[in-house]
Design a protein around this ligand. Structure first.
Ligand code: GDP
Ligand code: FE
Ligand code: FE
Length: 197
């Protein structure tokens, strides 16, 4: 992986930049998602460099302050409803504007995969699914069900999206927190994959 095609920085220089943006723990997770994305790209005949870069950058904006996100929503005239949500939704949906500003990344497919990496979408490309699933199954993740998610991801990206989304919805409902409508749209679009063999 060099990534120079997309950001005009070598992977090494990009990693130095990332160290100024996120904690060591977060960077470790981002590197885990990069690796899982490359793996999922390889087994799904997708471009490994593109997947790796999307995976590596997906949580770039995770440690921005709420004030910075709110300022970006104003600056780019984004849907004002976004202001009713929080970091969970903002770091992807709004984070892509920070990535464009800081890194000059213009690739629409990579930006889209990062934009929806938390909430998914009813229409996901292979790259969208790779990043969404890699975020859930990367090697540092440890929660009940992660091994089952890894097994499913080996067989079918669509089934892995369905499994992950169902568990996320269940988890959020259990915590009694609001569910972003797009998360429910993803659930509805993929729910049939939970019942097919
Ligand atoms: P992370 O950034 O690597 O921690 O993973 P994600 O970007 O997938 O998720 C970030 C957080 O958002 C997690 O705590 C999820 O449970 C939470 N999350 C995912 N979907 C929703 C949603 O629809 N609504 C809310 N409120 N939180 C969500
Ligand atoms: Fe995230
Ligand atoms: Fe993540």
């Amino acid at each position: 992986m060099t990534y120079e095609t997309y950001i005009g920085l070598t992977r090494e220089s990009l990693l130095e930049k990332l160290q100024t943006q996120v904690s060591q723990k977060r960077l470790k997770h981002m590197l885990g998602v990069e690796k899982a994305s490359v793996y999922l790209a390889e087994i799904n005949d997708y471009d490994a460099e593109k997947a790796g870069l999307a995976g590596l950058l997906h949580d770039y904006a995770k440690e921005l302050s709420d004030e910075e996100f709110l300022a970006l929503i104003d600056k780019y005239d984004l849907n004002p409803d976004l202001k009713n949500w929080g970091n969970e939704v903002w770091h992807g949906m709004v984070g892509i504007y920070k990535i464009q500003e800081d890194l000059g990344l213009t690739d629409k497919e990579i930006l889209r995969a990062i934009e929806i990496h938390t909430v998914g979408s009813s229409h996901m490309t292979t790259l969208d699914k790779i990043v969404y699933v890699a975020d859930y199954i990367e090697a540092n993740r440890d929660f009940p069900g992660v091994d089952r998610a890894r097994e499913i991801a080996e067989k079918s990206l669509d089934k892995a999206v369905a499994y992950e989304t169902a568990h996320t919805v269940e988890h959020l409902a259990h915590l009694a927190v609001p569910i972003y409508p797009q998360t429910l749209e993803t659930y509805n679009a993929y729910v049939d994959y939970l019942r097919e063999d």
